[in-house]
Design a protein around this ligand. Sequence first.
Ligand code: ADP
Ligand code: MG
Length: 238
Amino acid sequence: MAEIALENVSKSFGAVEVIKDISLQVGQGEFVVFLGPSGSGKSTLLRMIAGLETIDRGKLLIGGKECQNLVPGKRNVAMVFQNYALYPHMTVRDNMAFGLRNVGMKEADIAARVEDAGRILEMDALLDRRPSQLSGGQRQRVAIGRAIVKEPAAFLFDEPLSNLDAALRVRTRVELAQLHQRIAATMIYVTHDQTEAMTLADRIVILNDCRIEQIGTPMEVYTYPASRFVAGFVGNPG
Ligand code: ADP
Ligand code: MG
């Protein structure tokens, strides 16, 4: 069974239908990348899964359960934002704990999950710092930690590396791949960067103009591009 399934979903902004009848499935533990140029619908599609945009028509199934009408907090997915959205006045520990406190989890359970996330992310020693005392890469890890503690069915990333400098972007990308291996989590990752997609993805969903051009492994889309657009975009001049 797919961990996440979109069935014929559509979405309009005002009178303009941007997402038209899209279907796709993400398997348990799979790393799926939504790849496409700016304005191709990557963020809108991800935000529809997260519950940050409404789904006008069609179904969203998470772990087999229909979720298209549920508020974000009830969907069992965790979004990691590009700008980290950390609370500057809170420690790393409290930033990670915040979402769990909001849903009334017991403090002892919260502490255990935060300690676990600290270990997974190799941030044990930094839990009592504030965001201003961290590097960009460390802040990014806190944002991921906030998702890890929720133990979600899937992690959703929207261009998480685009604020980092080139060297750190590569290092964080490698760390993310290792994290995916270690916790065997289902991940959906939005980027316009072909290299990120080719190196991270089990499967790539290539979007153009809010339509799916092709879904396949990095090797498949590179070797057998389904359209001229895909061939141009994934960089095999053929
Ligand atoms: P991407 O993330 O691939 O850059 P988006 O999902 O942000 O693309 O945008 C897809 C399309 O939807 C674009 O044409 C964009 O202008 C439009 N769009 C996105 N958000 C809104 C909004 N809140 N109101 C109106 N149009 C929007
Ligand atoms: Mg976007």
